[in-house]
Design a binder for this molecule. Structure first.
Ligand code: CP
Length: 344
């Protein structure tokens, strides 16, 4: 499939935006190009599983610039780059970068361009990663910009749904997906619903506490994408029956406006009791992580940890092959990967 699609020209040219090889938004993709990226992630799996090695990015340096907290995105992008033979330079938080001394995004980006071959950036302000990208010609990847987008997370989420559905003999067209939790500030769901909207005839049930609903402009964009049914509710009991996928998210209190009320009931906790009551044995439970395990948090419960329906750790593992595929595409080495692979 990947070789067939590659006949249409390099994937990086077909997903380019502003004439540049960068990944800022899932809007750069079509169903065809997203499936091509997933096929490339399949090719990367033996490397991610430490069965094969590749040095296809030997000599290349990644700049990992994270101005907001992260574990998975920062480490898995770094690990993906290293597993392809490259090396990584990190900066974490404003305090330890010269932005603390008033340096602009433009200057930071221009300077970094002379030091590294690609950058992954996480920043608390929506649109800021695009500003980094405008200042440079090296590939820039959006690792999460405020409440904006998190495209690599959505790509690995789609890859996870696709691989879980293959295992269960299900198709994505016509699937019923529940997005649960903070759909207002959760950037992963903003990106994921747009990617899923590229498929046909889906039913989306959007379950959020009052005041944390999916932004209207995203709902409208997805409604225009295809013949989807989109329902919104604030009740898990009403929303979960019949779903194929539950995608839970953390309430992002750090993005709340001054004085915004964050006190809702425990009804938003996805736990074993409600899944046993409302869903079948084939439901897939996902979460981008981190889940909030503090006392009183209404996040995905740990009582599902040994339940095979819980896909969160398989989902997190998929971050490596999908992010390898992203680098291979943006750095133009995707056709070299297979030839470069050798046994461990
Ligand atoms: N899913 C995700 O973005 O996790 P981190 O915040 O740990 O990177």
């Amino acid at each position: 499939k990947y070789a067939q699609s590659a006949q249409s020209g390099p994937l990086r040219d077909r997903i380019a935006t502003g004439g540049k090889h960068q990944l800022l938004s899932v809007d750069q993709f079509t169903r065809e190009t997203v499936e091509e990226l997933c096929s490339l992630a399949d090719i990367m799996q033996p490397i991610a599983r430490r069965q094969k090695v590749s040095r296809v990015l030997e000599g290349a340096v990644l700049g990992n610039l994270f101005f907001e907290a992260s574990t998975r995105t920062r480490v898995s992008f770094g690990s993906a780059f290293c597993r392809l033979g490259g090396s990584v330079c990190d900066t974490t938080g404003f305090t330890f970068s010269s932005m603390a001394k008033g340096e602009s995004i433009y200057d930071t980006s221009r300077v970094m361009s002379g030091y590294v071959d690609a950058m992954v950036i996480r920043h608390p302000e929506q649109g800021s990663v695009a500003e980094f990208a405008r200042a440079t010609n090296i590939p820039v990847v959006n690792g999460g910009d405020g409440a904006g987008e998190h495209p690599s997370q959505a790509l690995l989420d789609l890859y996870t749904i696709s691989t879980e559905f293959s295992r269960l003999g299900k198709l994505l067209d016509g699937a019923h997906i529940a997005l649960v939790g903070d759909l207002k500030y959760g950037r992963t769901v903003h990106s994921l619903i747009k990617l899923l909207g590229m498929y046909r005839g889906l039913k989306f049930t959007l379950i959020s506490p009052p005041g944390l609903e999916m932004p209207e402009h995203i709902v409208e964009q997805v409604a225009k994408q295809g013949k989807h049914v989109i329902e919104q509710t604030s009740s898990l009991e009403k929303g979960l029956p019949g779903v194929d996928v539950i995608y839970a998210t953390r309430v992002q209190k750090e993005r709340f406006e001054e004085g915004q009320d964050g006190s809702f009931t425990a009804d938003f906790q996805v736990n074993k009791a409600i899944i046993d009551r409302c869903c079948g044995p084939d439901v897939i439970v996902m979460h981008p992580l981190p889940r909030d395990s503090r006392e009183g948090a209404h996040d995905l419960s740990v009582d599902l940890n040994h339940d095979p329906r819980l896909a969160i750790f398989r989902q997190a593992d998929n971050g490596i092959p999908v992010r390898m595929a992203i680098f291979a595409v943006l750095l133009g080495v995707e056709t070299l990967v297979q030839h470069s692979m050798r046994d461990v």
